[in-house]
Structures are given as C-alpha cells and as structure tokens.
Design a protein around this ligand. Structure first.
Ligand code: ATP
Length: 450
C-alpha cells in the first residue's frame, strides 16, 4: 500500500487534499494522471450503463437539496455511525472498528451492546487509554442556505447520490415516458463526515459514487437482482478488477438497512484487507412511497397493459468511484525483475490508462528525429487523444517511466524511421518490440486496444 501511495504522489495520480497547508483529513486531490484515469473510468461506466442501453437514463442532480429530502429518506434521523472517545485525549474512533480490531464481531449490536463489549473486554485506544460510552454520530455535513440562518435554512451536502434520482423520478416519467423496467444512473460527489477516514481513498469524507436506481415490477425483483449481479461482474472485467479478488457477502437479515429486503456486498481484497467495494440492494418501493408521502406528490407509473398505477420497486447497484480506482490501481501494480532490470509496472487496461501511447525521438538533440517524432505525435494525439511525449533521458529510462504510469505502448522514432518510415512499438506488459510502418500504425494500435 505504501508503494502504491508513493507512486500515486510521485507520478501525479493522487495527492493529499490541501497538502501545502498540512492537509485536510479525509480529502484527496486527483492530479493530472489521476484525473485522466478517473475520467476514463467514469466514461466507461456511463457508456456501459447509460449510453449503450435503451432502458437507462442519466441524471445530474444538485448536491444541495431541500432538507425535507433527507428527513423523508431517513438520513436526518438515522444516517449515523457509532462513535467512541478516548477519555483522556478525546480522540474519536468508530466503535464497530474498535471491536473488529479486537476480533469481536459488531454485526447486529446496538449502541448499548457495543458500550458493554468495549467495557467488558477493557479495550483501550491506541494511546493506551480507556474509552467512554458509545454514542451515535450523524455523518451528514450540515450547512445553511442564504443570508438568514434558522431552522428552514438548513441543508446538507448529499451523503449519497441516490436521493437525487428518487426525487427526479416524476420529472423523468413525465418528460420521457419510460416503460418498466427502466433505470436512472448518476455519477457525482457524496460527502460523509467519517469519524476516522483511512486507507487512502478507500474511506474519505468527500468521494464520488456511480449509482443506479433500477425500477421494476415487484414480482420481477429477484430476476432483475440476478441480472445486475451479472452486470456488475461484467463491469469489473471492463476496468480490470480480477473476479478472483472479489467476494460476495450476503448481508444478514438483522444487518440490512431499514429500506432493504436483500443486499449483496461485493468485497475486494484490498492491500489492507477484504473490504466493501460495491453494493447491490433491493430497496422495495420504500423511497418512492416515502417521498410521495412527505412531498404529497404521487410517484408512480401507469402500467401499459392494465392501466393500473404502480409504485415500482427498486434495485440499486452502487459503485464507489474512488474505491474502483483503488482496486484498479492495486490490481494493476506489479514489481518485476531484479537489480538493474527491476521495474514497477501498472498493468492498466488500455481503455482506462491515462495515456494510450507515448511518442519519443530516439535522441532529443537530433532535429530530424525530433521533427519526425513531433509530426507523428500530433497525428497520434488526433487519433487517440491521450498521447504523451517523452524525450528525457535514454530510451530505457523512458520505458520505465511509462511502465510506472501504465502507458500501454511506446513509439520510438529512430534513424531507420528516416529511411523507411517505420517505428519501434514497445509493449508495456511483454516488453516486446515490433517494427511497424507509420502508415499501418493506427490500425496496428487500434487492434491492440480492442
Ligand atoms: P462502508 O460500510 O465501507 O462505510 P457503506 O456500506 O456505508 O460503506 P454505501 O452507503 O453502500 O457504503 O455507499 C455506496 C458505495 O460508496 C460503497 O460501496 C463505497 O464504494 C462508496 N463509499 C461509501 N463510503 C465511502 C467513503 N467514506 N469513501 C469512499 N467511498 C465510499
């Protein structure tokens, strides 16, 4: 994990948020390469789940919403984690994490049971002090809208993107008239005041989600739930998350969220342990019913065959974008070879790699090579977009640098190029080199990228 974090910083993937001011806990900034990677993953997701399907519609809702949304959804009353304090330093911990770290399973425990377990086992903080009572801590970031601050001005930074889709359900039905089953999908920021942000971008206070609310007839929910499980695995293949590192965890009935009748967590073998990557929940028609009751606006679709008004049930596949990036990077990270031959290589799939291709002249002080390589670089950039230029150091060092950031192919323009218009194309994973005519280059690479 340390090597990965260091590579992310050194090569411009991910930086600590507000770093020059000493940082801001639980926030991360994506640098030039990280934001390319992130954008490629977002685009792949949007393409797979929205653009290429007939039954899906995109949404981009506001982060700030009417406070009544969060009252109706149950977040104001219940979106909380169990908090426990070191009685000397007042440092705060997640009580369930404290228990887990001492091999006590907190699943199904109430706040009182957690307090008792911590006291009974005489658990201590990392500073060696006793803990106080466990209490609940609401994780929503609260703010005020407008110049006058009173109860009506309260709003929250959304802790999930899901509600933005439920409250726009009627707008989509009225404007696009979709037929069941259909889904809404959204990519966007979510904010949670995590008690103890940790494990790099795995648990942060500001993060991004890619979520789907898929509306079905009640009797169809099991079949659709199974379809979405298949689709989620297909997605992991698209971004290069190996299925062998993913484990299904059926959430026990007593641990289900209040709205859910079935939830499947997809856990991933992160470098710091097996933890939740994605979730798939059957939310019944809890959300639409609640919002209809609280807003007094009926939320339903009219069945084509029976003309009946139906409040559809909902299957929710949810994908954390930052956890996806971490799983992708951890899976792609390899160290190979020994001594001088040692290399770090990010074996990213070419569809998400920050750069698809690197173009270099063999020597930077030979204008004829540089001109030829520059011309090729411009053409490649037009065709493949994310193409980089590197003329620093010797060719071996350039290959190492590109390996480390996951560039799948390096093209080198050398003296033979001037004579016969061919270039060397070097493959990141095999380190094999092919001699390819410039005229064939586009097709050669497009075939590789398929
Ligand atoms: P956890 O149990 O790890 O706190 P959760 O069950 O509360 O997660 P959900 O509410 O299901 O998470 O959120 C949906 C997805 O959002 C998660 O599967 C995860 O990928 C992502 N996610 C949730 N919390 C965070 C966070 N603090 N930082 C980064 N990603 C997160």
């Amino acid at each position: 994990m340390e090597q990965l974090i260091s590579l992310c910083k050194r090569r411009g993937f991910i930086f600590q948020g507000s770093e020059i001011y000493g940082g801001l806990a639980g926030t991360w900034d994506y640098g030039p390469l990280g934001s390319e990677l992130k954008r490629n993953i977002q685009n792949a997701w949007w393409n797979m789940f929205i653009t290429s399907r007939e039954d899906m519609y995109g949404i981009d809702a506001a982060i700030l919403m009417n406070q009544n949304v969060w009252k109706a959804s149950g977040h104001v009353a219940g979106f909380s984690d169990p908090l426990v304090e070191d009685i000397v330093t007042q440092k705060r911990y997640r009580a369930d994490h404290v228990l887990e770290e001492h091999n006590i399973d907190p699943k199904g425990m109430s706040i009182e049971m957690m307090s008792k377990a911590i006291a009974d086992h005489k658990l201590k903080s990392i500073d060696g002090n006793a803990f106080g009572e466990v209490r609940t801590f609401n994780m929503m970031f609260q703010t005020n809208i407008g110049a006058i601050q009173d109860g009506t001005s309260v709003s929250y930074l959304r802790p999930e993107t899901a509600q933005g889709m439920f409250v726009n359900f009627k707008n989509v039905v009225d404007s696009l008239h979709p037929k069941l089953p259909f889904g809404l999908g959204q990519i966007g920021k979510a904010f949670r005041n995590e008690i103890a942000p940790r494990d790099f971008v795995f648990r942060s206070r500001e993060f991004e989600q890619m979520e789907i609310e898929y509306f079905v007839k009640e009797e169809d929910w099991q079949g659709r739930f199974a379809d979405w499980m298949v689709a989620m695995y297909a997605w992991m293949d698209v971004v290069g998350i190996p299925r062998t590192k993913v484990h299904e965890l059926e959430v026990a009935p007593e641990d289900l969220a209040h709205y859910s009748k079935r939830t499947m967590d997809f856990e991933f073998d992160f470098p710091f342990g097996r933890k939740e990557l994605y979730g798939l929940a059957y939310r019944t028609n809890f959300d639409l019913n609640n919002h209809a009751a609280a807003s007094t606006v009926p939320l339903y679709v009219v069945d084509d065959e029976t003309s009946e008004k139906i409040v559809p049930h909902c299957i929710e596949p949810t994908f954390g974008l930052d956890r996806t990036i971490l799983a992708v990077l951890a899976s792609a990270y390899h160290e190979e070879g020994e001594g001088d031959d040692k290399r770090v290589v990010l074996k990213l799939k070419s569809n998400i790699a920050p750069y698809k291709v690197c173009v270099s002249p063999l020597l930077r002080n030979k204008p004829e090579l540089v001109d030829k390589a520059r011309a090729l670089y411009s053409v490649m950039k037009k065709v493949f977009g994310n193409v980089t230029w590197d003329d620093n150091g010797n060719i071996g060092k350039r290959y190492r640098r590109q390996d480390e950031i996951g560039t799948p192919y390096c093209i080198t323009v050398d003296f033979d190029t001037l004579a016969d218009d061919t270039v060397t194309v070097r493959d990141r994973d095999t380190a094999n080199q092919d001699r390819v005519a410039i005229a064939d280059l586009e097709n050669f690479l497009k075939e590789k990228f398929q």
